[in-house]
Design a protein around this ligand. Sequence first.
Ligand code: 13P
Length: 318
Amino acid sequence: MNVQLSEKIQQLKKERNAIILAHNYQPGEIQDLADFTGDSLALSVKAAGTEADVIVFCGVRFMAETAAILSPGKTVLLPDKHAGCPLADMITAEQLRELKRNHPDAAAVCYVNSSAEVKAESDYCCTSSNAIEVVESLPGNKEIIFVPDQHLGRFVSEKTGREMILWPGYCATHAAITEDDIKNARTAYPDAVVMAHPECTEPVKKLSDQILSTGQMLKYARQSEAKRFIVATETGIIHTLKKENPGKEFFPASKRAVCPNMKRITLEKVLWSLEDMHYQVIVPEQIRTRAKNALDRMVKVLPASPDSRQASRGGPTK
Ligand code: 13P
């Protein structure tokens, strides 16, 4: 870590009454610098509850937008304005409206990896750590539209036994992890537990032992008796897995699983962001209030309040 840069950031953070939130996929030095690190759900809850005036969101745009939706009085900064999420961009609000027109009785559930406009068109939002609970909370006879991630959607459908109308979106970083990657990693480390994110493809999930959100992976690794783990998600999480579990070993399922958008955030950009108060993420009020309904309903479904390192409710799922 660049000590000088980090000191300057800490100083400015105090002056601005700012908090730094970082997703588990962020570069290691950003995770180390952050006040809170977590998965999408834990970060949403933190953003909604903080007393800071400024939230520097080290993640991608939809995460910063979620913070802006939940904390209207605060200034939310995204240190790189181009840090987007291609999965979130795979569906527009108009495309969702058309889907709803074709299924007028369906409830629309959107994955948090979606734009504020898509959230505003949705009845419920969910993250990978609570998608099953959100879908289970809907009446058994209710038709369900699930957007935009088809792989998470299929996983939830399988776990809940609910048929859902799926949008064909996907995360390119998770799609880069192949069946061969898992088979090769298992050959190299036959005693290792394979943890996969639900955004992975179905064949990859079938070959894995545990299907977990990033927060659930951190919890599972802490609690497991196993000593070796193959990690089928964005490789940034391995930084914290290693840090929290010095006696255990973690191997990426694929070195290609690197999200270029998450890696746009650097220490310099965090500093500039606090110096110049950019790039502010602003959600128009009429979109924000409707999007907030979907997020509020998601939070209501949850019996547990996740902490910054522990976003999972209950045990792992497969
Ligand atoms: P988590 O909620 O599991 O951290 O996932 C976030 C994400 O964007 C996965 O691509």
